[in-house]
Ligand binder design. Sequence first.
Ligand SMILES: [Zn+2]
Length: 245
Amino acid sequence: MITNIIMNILFIILGLVGGSFASALSYRALNDISISKGRSFCPKCKETLDWKDLIPVFSWLKNKGKCSHCKNEISPRYPIIELATAFIFVTIYHAYDSFFAALFFCIVATLLVALTACDLEKKLLPIQITYLILPFAFIAKLFSGDGIFSAILLGLICHYGAKGMKILHKKLRSKDALGEGDIHFLGVAGFTITIELLPVFLVASGSLGILTGLLWKRIYNEEEFPFGPAMIVSLLLCIILHGSI
Ligand SMILES: [Zn+2]
C-alpha cells in the first residue's frame, strides 16, 4: 500500500519532469538548437532561467503564467503538457508488472509528447526525435519479454508499407497523403507495438486521423493537417494495452 503510493508519486514527479523535458526538446528540435547546449531560457527575452523558474507546473503557477524576467506571458501549453505527461506516466506504470519496462516505455512516451508538440506547431515530425525512440523501445521490449526479431520485422513492414501507400496515393490522386516524417514514424511505431496490437493501432490511427482532419479544417480552414498526433495517441494506447493484457 505505502509502496504503491510512493511509486505513484514517483511516476507523477517523473512525468512532470518528462513533460518539461518534452517541451524543451520540441522547442529545440524545431529551432535547430542542441538539447545539450546551455540551460533553459525564456523563448521571448532569451534570459537564462533560474532553477526556481523550472519547477514543472509550480513555477508557472507561482509566476502567474509570466516570465519572471520580461513578464511576457508564458503559454499554458507548458503546464498542460507536464500534467498530461504525468498522467501518461502513471497509466503506463499501472499497466506493467515490470518496473523497468514501465520506466523505459515512459521515456518513449516523453519522446512521443515532444513529437506531438512539434507536429501540432509546425506539422513536422523531426526524425532525430523519432529515431531516438528506438533504443528506449528496444530496452522496454527486452524487459516486457517481447521478441526483438518480430519487432524489427514489423517495423520494416510498417515503414515500407507506408512508403508504398504514399507512392500509390501520389500516382492515383497526384498529392501526398503522408509526409516523410509520418513514414519514418510508422516504422518506429511498428517496432514498438506487437503484431497482436497492429489492427488496434491502424484502426485507431485512421479514425483519429479523420477526426483531426475534420477539426483542423473547421478551426484553421486548411486541408493539410498533422497526422502525427493521431498515430501518437494510438501508439500510446497500444503501449498501455500491451502492458495490461
Ligand atoms: Zn522572458
